[in-house]
Design a protein around this ligand. Structure first.
Ligand code: HEM
Length: 317
């Protein structure tokens, strides 16, 4: 059998590669000879993926609830994948920063647009029953969601608004005690930490604090300021950061809030959330005013945060 020059060239390069590592190329060629062909289902671990939906009740719509949460967590994973690349990039250019922020924004927008799967896609009667079997678990306990926030901004911007001034020179550990979400997860009747919050902290507190410390010098706000000081920040970069702010702190929370209203709103008394929060007061973005990049918004925009028109302004930039 005659080898074409292309194959001979590949063999020579392979020989070089294995020699450089002190390996025997023939053994690796044997490996190729005996290996199975890759299949789609093995490559993406499809059988494992499809075995991860285990409803706690016989209500069929619970499966929709589980799968949509899993879809969301996979999107969060995609976002964190980009967050890590931005934080690690040396040297970081405005161009790289923008393309990665665009990816994160696209993932968030996909989630915001698909949230009707939750809002309209389940029977309320089924939801109100199967949710009782999930107590005290809540999407509130999404660790990846909180990690995205920690990459996106200075830790102090995640501290409850009324504590921010007082704690601005405190350590990450001290600031952690006053993160905004802790105040959402207090029992309505007693004012104590909910079990949902206690379990969440037990699992993730150390990770959040470690990430907060690592990101003191690598969160997106700092990275943006550094580029700006070097005269390398562009209006396009600023706009992409503002879009992220809107996506994470207004648009997704609003579409999520719609689902809480759809299933938990009841006259004269609201239905209690599985995490035990006072959800009508806690969830709406206009109450929380979480803002990653306050320096990029004017006083009026901050004042009207979460009220709809901020998005319109952004589109006009
Ligand atoms: C029918 C659908 C949903 C309803 C009714 C709902 C309801 C709620 C409620 C009431 C809270 C406040 C915490 C609590 O007391 O439990 C909450 C928080 C949260 N949920 Fe959902 N949720 C739904 C779907 C989802 C989905 C699909 C996700 C995706 C992971 C999610 C992620 C979150 C997150 C990240 C929080 C914390 C928000 C914050 O701290 O501002 N939720 N949800």
């Amino acid at each position: 059998m005659q080898f074409t020059p292309e194959i001979e060239e590949r063999l020579a390069r392979l020989q070089e590669k294995y020699e450089a590592m002190g390996q025997d190329m023939t053994s690796y060629l044997d490996g190729l000879l005996y290996a199975d062909f890759l299949t789609y289902w093995d490559y993406i671990h499809l059988d494992t993926l499809l075995s991860l939906q285990n409803p706690k009740t016989p209500f069929p719509d619970e499966e929709i609830f589980i799968i949509y949460h899993q879809i969301t967590e996979l999107h969060f994973k995609l976002m964190l994948h980009e967050c890590r690349q931005i934080a690690a990039k040396q040297p970081l250019t405005a161009e790289f920063f923008i393309t990665r922020l665009q990816r994160i924004n696209r993932y968030f927008e996909a989630l915001t647009h698909s949230f009707d799967i939750m809002v309209d896609g389940m029977e309320k009667e089924q939801f109100l029953k199967f949710r009782m079997s999930l107590l005290p678990a809540s999407g509130f306990q999404s660790g990846q969601y909180r990690m995205i926030e920690i990459y996106a901004t200075d830790f102090i911007n995640l501290v409850a608004a009324d504590k921010r001034e007082e704690l601005k020179s405190s350590t990450i550990e001290e600031q952690f005690e006053y993160l905004y979400w802790k105040f959402g997860a207090t029992e309505l009747s007693t004012g104590k930490k909910t079990l949902t919050l206690k379990q969440f902290e037990k699992k993730y507190a150390a990770d959040f604090i470690a990430l907060g410390k690592a990101n003191v010098s690598h969160n997106f706000n700092v990275l943006f300021r550094q580029l700006k000081e070097r005269g390398q920040a562009t209006p396009a970069l600023e706009n992409e950061l503002k879009q992220l702010d809107i996506n994470v702190n207004v648009n997704w929370p609003l579409s999520h809030f719609k689902s809480a209203v759809r299933y938990l709103h009841r006259e004269p008394e609201e239905i209690k959330a599985t995490g035990g929060t006072n959800w009508q007061k806690y969830l709406p973005p206009r109450f929380q005013k979480r803002i990653f990049y306050p320096a990029l918004w004017n006083a009026e925009e901050i004042e009207n945060w979460g009220k709809g028109w901020v998005e319109k302004v952004l589109r006009e930039v």
